[in-house]
Design a protein around this ligand. Structure first.
Ligand SMILES: Nc1ncnc2c1ncn2[C@@H]1O[C@H](COP(=O)(O)OP(=O)(O)O)[C@@H](O)[C@H]1O
Ligand SMILES: [Mg+2]
Length: 354
């Protein structure tokens, strides 16, 4: 893998407001990278700077070792799909897809042929003659995707392209986009605020918060080894327990509420260090009585949410809110308002230092 797209120390200010603060990121050729973060965290601004629609206040953007900061958007050879990047309403689907080729001086006969091929790739063979209003929302986004890909862009940028679609269509399009991206090998940055979308589609997830990158890592790393409390809370469901390292050598921590804990961590930690302990809900067992060999804690059950095959049990251990994910049948042992026992193994406890 080679470092292909390089963002170095990008900042963006609007008056006194800092929208991006020292964003650096390398993306490999062919990689599918997702920008994930809450609204206003700087995802779109970063994409706009890469595309050339916004100018950075500082820092540089390079593709293949060449700075593109001075190039106009159309000179960057980047394909873009936005949530509401409208197609030309008076052009047919195939004319829409042909448009970027026309701009590049490709002849009409050859360009239309390539546009038709691209429509086939996105699953719209035979739809080329239709106008946008004769296509569903999902089909229109496929046309937009074909238009962004037809000129073999050096980079594909997708900003919440599935935001307007309903859940089933959205999931279908996630799989489609992934398939098309793989088959073309095009380096892709996909923006979403939907964590399951990010988890299922990406080679790597970049978590944005307040104009900065919290963590950039493979989806399962982000889930199992979040580097900050923000990432732990934002991705998946989490129990976060404030604690102090009691003995780094022994691997024990102390929570004011829950008492002494064993943890399994390879990080370098210091006695007395303030940390946050992360335990995912699916790593906690629910029982009537304590179970030998595990850390056991009493929990008052407040709410049980049944999903059929599993249930989420929400309660409180002392003053700490806790969430426990149990298989459907296990939840029968307990009722809302009752006290139960929750327990976990040391290797379920992940130590977060930031
Ligand atoms: N043209 C602008 N003028 C002033 N503030 C802006 C402008 N564009 C974006 N911002 C601000 O920059 C921050 C990041 O915005 P954006 O990148 O769109 O976030 P995201 O895409 O993650 O939701 C937000 O607080 C937003 O209000
Ligand atoms: Mg945005």
């Amino acid at each position: 893998m080679t470092n292909y797209l390089q963002l170095s120390n990008i900042t963006k200010t609007y008056g006194h407001f800092t929208a991006l603060d020292d964003v650096s990121l390398s993306v490999d050729k062919g990689e599918f990278v997702t920008f994930l973060g809450p609204s206003g965290s700087g995802k779109t601004t970063t994409l706009m700077i890469i595309a050339g629609f916004e100018k950075a206040s500082g820092g540089s953007v390079e593709i293949g070792g060449q700075s593109i900061s001075q190039l106009a958007p159309h000179e960057r050879n980047i394909g873009i799909v936005f949530q509401n990047y409208a197609l030309f309403p008076h052009k047919t689907a195939v004319e829409n897809v042909y448009f970027p080729l026309q701009m590049r001086g490709v002849s009409r006969s050859q360009g239309l042929r390539r546009a038709e091929d691209m429509l086939s790739l996105v699953g719209l063979k035979g739809f080329g003659h239709r106008h946008p209003k004769e296509l569903s929302g999902g089909q229109q986004q496929r046309v937009a995707l074909a238009r962004a890909l037809v000129f073999e862009p050096s980079l594909l940028l997708l900003d919440e392209p599935l935001g307007a679609l309903d859940k089933n269509l959205r999931e279908q399009m996630q799989i489609e986009i992934k398939r098309i991206q793989r088959s073309l090998g095009v380096t892709t940055i996909f923006v979403t605020h939907d964590q399951s979308e990010a988890m299922s589609m990406s080679d790597r997830i970049v978590v944005f918060e307040k104009g900065g990158i919290e963590q950039a890592a493979a989806p399962l790393d982000i889930y199992h080894r979040p580097q900050t409390s923000f990432v732990a809370a934002f991705i998946g469901e989490s129990n976060l327990i404030p604690a102090t390292i009691a003995s780094a050598v022994a691997g024990t921590a102390e929570s004011p509420t829950l008492g002494a804990f064993d943890y399994a961590s390879t990080d370098v930690l210091a006695d007395g260090q303030k940390v946050t302990l992360l335990i995912r809900p699916e790593h906690i067992k629910l029982s009537r009585n304590p179970i030998d060999g595990r850390k056991n804690v009493r929990m008052v059950v407040e709410t049980i949410v049944n999903y059929g095959d599993n249930a989420l049990v929400i309660g409180r251990a002392g003053d700490i809110p806790m969430r426990v994910r149990v298989l459907g049948a296990d939840v029968v042992i307990i009722k809302e308002g009752e006290e139960c026992c929750i327990s976990w193994m040391p290797d379920a406890v992940f130590v977060i230092t930031r």
